[in-house]
Design a protein around this ligand. Sequence first.
Ligand code: K7E
Ligand code: RUQ
Ligand code: CUA
Length: 632
Amino acid sequence: MFTGCKQSSQTSNNSALSSDVASKVYVAPGEYDEFYAFVSGGFSGQLSVYGLPSGRLLKVIPVFSQDAEKGYGYNEETIPMLNTSFGFIPWDDAHHPELSQTDGETDGRWVFINGNNTPRIARIDLSTFETAEIIEIPNSGGNHSSPFTTENTEYVVAGTRFAVPYPQKDMSIKEYKGNFKGALTFIDVEKESGHMEVAFQVLMPGFNYDLAHSGKGKSHGWTFFTTYNTEESNTLLEVGASQNDKDYIAAINWKKAEEYIAEGKFKTIPANYAHNIYDEKTHVATSEMKKEVRVLDPAECPGLVYFLPTPKSPHGVDVDPTGEYIVGNGKLSADLTVHSFTKVLQAIENKSFDGEAYGIPILKMDEIVAGIVEQPGLGPLHTEFDGKGNAYTTFFISSEVVKWKVGTWEVIDRIPSYYSVGHLMIPGGDSKKPEGKYLVALNKITKDRYLPTGPELNHSAQLYDISGDKMELLLDFPTIGEPHYAQGISAGKVMSKSKKFYPIDENEHPHATKSESDVKVVREGNIVRIYMTAIRSHLNPDNIEGVKVGDKVYFHLTNLEQDWDVPHGFSVMGAQNAELLVMPGQTETLYWEPKQEGVYPFYCTDFCSALHQEMQGYVRVSPANSDVPVKW
Ligand code: K7E
Ligand code: RUQ
Ligand code: CUA
């Protein structure tokens, strides 16, 4: 029997919430949140932005997927952003947002995110909250251990999940072992502009490379990647990947890699990958195809890579704020293994190896382990830090977050998650300076937490207060797509840089119309370009004649507003490509192929003023052989 609004069994534990919980998440109308949270959109291909502690959704930034709401991937300016060596790919699976860092601290300039399926890394500019750049990763498959940054954003890394033939070619899958390779890619990020270039790849054995994190402090200069399927099995059905009771964390000395590159110890191999940049001045994206990549072979580069044995298919690898401890979250293990970076360096110096794999030395596990967190839970996936000497690990199977002490390895608190938590996020929790006030658990299963919405429920995030000794659950909020990782940053670091509009006199779009007196319609063969402006409250020109069936029509709409939050939208009846949503001072282009004669209305799609409904007009479409002249 239905007994009221509260679902009886599962939510009963909410009665344990203390009475001041509501005030801890209450952000009064008109007040700002304390933190931004950037949450991956998983299979939505996007990145969502929330305020913490309120859990309010502030924005969805389209990255790898077309977004009709903003015209992203539909307008002519952003279509090239989704170009790849496989053609125009308007979808991806986005997993790990990662904020740029300076001196190991989040700096609020950019956030990077990986596309798994068609290997790509995007950079989002946090002054505009727009995707500024996307680079494809060559000879990679399932770009999962990405895009973790180094301490000064010298690089973001992109590790392949799947080993693939390198370079790609047709061959039998049965010949996987020894022939398929895993490329770990280091992408150079330019200090000022943030522009990305593939600096080099390290060609690794055919394992699966799952996750990564770079060193910091004393381990600055190194990046750690977890591996699974170190048996190099081409099938993971049944036993498959879990035969070995230890897999490895691959430790890459990228400073050493830079030396080898400088000495010319690399091979240049053919590669085919797209690099797409959204130009800051024109607001037009261009796509360039790159043709080769520099590759380092660890067997020929001593000191470049070491393997750290780590029990049972480690998933996340997380480095504590000092850079000393490297946590391997062995997802099939009951314990958490923590390595000491100091001991790793000693073992390397003593050449105390336990054999090698493909020329890569394997360290002895008992010589590098700093400590073991014993039996903290089941199915550890990811760990973050609060900057006060504590670590927090998610346990997928036992569905909880466990707090433990770095150095003593004792469990000091645990709290359930609803349900089956994957990643977790503490603002700055993977940097040198965590802002350890809140923790967000990103859950895989929602079930009875929200009003039922049919078979599919939005994934749930949960906000915990971690400022005291005991973790406290404060809030549930739904997310978009599947949230894998997230990043958080105190609001002040971002909002001070946030742009309010684009100065119209700096608009260098090739088809901009900077004044209403310059509007026009131009025919070149069967191409018709309509140079239109929008300002409250008219679209100009609003009566257009001389377009014919079969023409290729470009509406180049410039928004002349110079004020915060006054976009104008645009679409025309029968438009094949969604709409435009043009920011103040910007120009965007809607491409349209009229298929039938008639008179077609168009209008502004964003309610912008009292006379918004008056922002409308008509375009007349005449038969292909008509002699109606172009007029406006
Ligand atoms: Cu653990 Cu793709 Cu980071 Cu999801 S992965 S949980
Ligand atoms: S109109 S305010 Cu369609 Cu009522 Cu929107
Ligand atoms: Cu412009 Cu509505």
